[in-house]
Write a protein that binds this ligand. Structure first.
Ligand SMILES: Cc1cc2nc3c(=O)[nH]c(=O)nc-3n(C[C@H](O)[C@H](O)[C@H](O)COP(=O)(O)OP(=O)(O)OC[C@H]3O[C@@H](n4cnc5c(N)ncnc54)[C@H](O)[C@@H]3O)c2cc1C
Length: 384
């Protein structure tokens, strides 16, 4: 048997949610262990990869608009304090065609939440973004203060700062915890024993593997493929500020301008097949490659023959409707689930960490939408 340590909280998983949870706990002086199987925001994690969108628009969904706004403030403060420019204010452009109900709702919610934005009609869109093929697009909303978080590096920076604040980080795989009602310690695959008062499992798409009985049918990891298209030499039309981060609502497609010379990023937001995050193939499919090429030709005609310069295969860790999951285990009273980012969770990392900390130590009221009770075993996506 290895070392035995006693912590106030053991956080399992150093993706964006575990990293920010450990950071907030350490900042309050809690003794924290942060245990991660592969490394912060590693290549198989949902937080892996270079970039994530942070936008305020969530249709009529005020909770996530407010969380996003508060999180952006914390991300910016964190990057300023640690002197790392890992937020890029590219602006975020929403576009809609005939079905612009969601855009209407976004506009109402942004106004109510005091978020700066601009409404753009088709002729303004055409003038401002001549590099975009506006076929079937009628109008747009532009969030000038939103943009891109440099994901992998941002998570590593949060972990590093949590350690500076006193958290202990270790690379180890935690074995599935055993109850019945209170967990005294967890063990790692190397036989170490870690004792703590509370255990926060921020295991992203692995949550269903760690808790097969409770979450095996409630977390749906879906395969998601991401592509980068090379920009013609010397062409600045696809880099910020000429091109912002963009989302085409009805097509369920989003992407980013050319950042750090990696090319135009594009991905379909539709859920792919169910996958295992440890073993799924990280090589993109021919079918998706064809679909994405066709889409790029339609929306960015000047990139018709652009080469694919990089690809990534990741997975969303969806709940039944897309709401996050932050709740106590139904039987093990000091075990918590934190996850269910469902393709939109990254931006909320800071507020998730703050919320978990307040639930654990301030008796903060639970947000009903995030509870286990609201997570069904059949998928019906409602949060985008
Ligand atoms: C392609 C793609 C695009 C996305 N785009 C956006 C976007 O633009 N904006 C946005 O806000 N969100 C976006 N998301 C969603 C967001 O990235 C995720 O919701 C978020 O990163 C999930 O973080 P997490 O910490 O829950 O999970 P993860 O990052 O997967 O972290 C979980 C960690 O737990 C560890 N772990 C699991 N089991 C164990 C164990 N037994 N022992 C030790 N460690 C363990 C894993 O190794 C892993 O590192 C996107 C996701 C993908 C895949």
């Amino acid at each position: 048997m290895g070392i035995q340590n006693k912590y106030d909280v053991a956080v399992i998983g150093a993706g964006v949610f575990g990293a920010w949870t450990a950071w907030h706990l350490a900042k309050r002086g809690q003794r924290v262990a942060l245990i991660e199987a592969y490394g912060p925001a590693h290549s198989r994690a949902s937080s892996g990869g270079e970039s994530r969108i942070i936008r305020m628009g969530y249709g009529a969904d005020e909770l996530y608009t407010r969380w996003s706004k508060k999180s952006l403030k914390q991300w910016k403060e964190f990057f300023a304090a640690t002197r790392q420019p890992l937020f890029l204010e590219t602006g975020v452009l929403w576009m809609a065609g005939d079905d612009d109900k969601r855009l209407e709702q976004t506009s109402t919610t942004l106004k109510r939440c005091g978020v700066e934005f601009e409404e753009l009609n088709r002729s303004t869109l055409a003038k401002r973004y001549p590099q975009i093929g506006l076929d079937a697009i009628k109008r747009g909303i532009f969030e000038p203060k939103s943009g891109v978080l440099m994901a992998r590096r941002a998570v590593a920076a949060v972990v590093e700062d949590a350690v500076r604040l006193g958290a202990e980080y270790r690379c180890a795989q935690v074995m599935n915890p055993r109850g019945p009602s209170r967990v005294e310690h967890i063990t790692t695959s190397r036989g170490e024993r870690i004792t703590a008062g509370e255990f926060v499992f921020a295991c992203g798409p692995w949550l269903g593997k760690v808790f097969p009985d409770v979450l095996g049918s409630r977390i749906f990891p879906s395969r998601q493929e991401v592509f980068f298209f090379g920009i013609p030499a010397g062409d600045t039309r696809f880099a910020p500020p000429a091109l912002p981060t963009w989302l085409f609502q009805e097509d369920l497609v989003y992407g980013m301008p050319d950042i750090e010379g990696r090319g135009l990023k594009i991905a379909f937001d539709e859920h792919g097949e169910r996958v295992d995050p440890d073993t799924q193939s990280r090589i993109v499919s021919l079918a998706m490659t064809d679909a994405v090429k066709k889409y790029v030709t339609r929306r960015f005609p000047a990139l018709k023959d652009a080469p694919i310069v990089e690809t990534r295969v990741c997975q969303y860790e969806n709940t039944s409707n897309g709401d996050l999951l932050i709740d106590r285990h139904p039987e093990m009273e000091n075990v918590w689930f934190v996850g269910g980012g469902s393709g939109h969770g990254f931006k909320h990392g800071p507020i998730v960490g703050e919320y978990v900390t307040a639930r654990l130590f301030d008796g903060a009221q639970a947000e009903a939408r995030l509870s286990l009770g609201t997570k069904a075993t059949a998928q019906r996506r409602a949060v985008y």
